[in-house]
Design a protein around this ligand. Structure first.
Ligand SMILES: [Zn+2]
Length: 135
């Protein structure tokens, strides 16, 4: 998938998610439809949001209800545990565009030791184990 397709409606970057990189039960990313969807993804309130479907939005950026209750909960969890914020991501995408966002993400989640991918779940490099973010 293209990098842009890895950015979920909520602003999550699936490219830095542990589930996207694991060998068993690999998650194809929030946007990909898959018969064996991980439960938390197929049941995602944001992905299945009626406003989003009705308006054909790609991201939550245009929604007047933003941040809704679900987004606040999700954002709090990720800000606290995973060194990232969906709401900040969405704001950045809205203000500066997707290309600038992808550029910023690449810098943030690249391992300074080996150039591998650092996952937000644990803050470590998936290739060499370097700890970039301590929670
Ligand atoms: Zn590394």
């Amino acid at each position: 998938m293209k990098d842009e397709e890895l950015i979920a409606p909520c602003g999550m970057n699936c490219g830095i998610c542990k589930a996207y990189h694991r060998e068993k039960n690999t998650c194809p990313g929030c946007r990909e439809n898959h018969p064996n969807e991980p439960v938390n993804r197929s049941k995602c309130i944001i992905k299945n949001c009626e406003d989003m479907k009705k308006n054909n939005w790609k991201y939550c950026t245009k929604c007047s209800k933003l941040p809704c209750k679900r987004m606040k909960q999700l954002d709090k969890r990720y800000t606290t545990n995973y060194n990232m914020s969906m709401l900040e991501n969405l704001k950045f995408i809205k203000d500066k565009g997707m290309d600038a966002f992808l550029e910023k993400e690449k810098k943030k989640w690249t391992c300074p030791e080996c150039g591998g991918i650092v996952t937000c779940h644990g803050g470590i490099c998936l290739d060499c184990g370097f700890v970039k973010f301590k929670n």
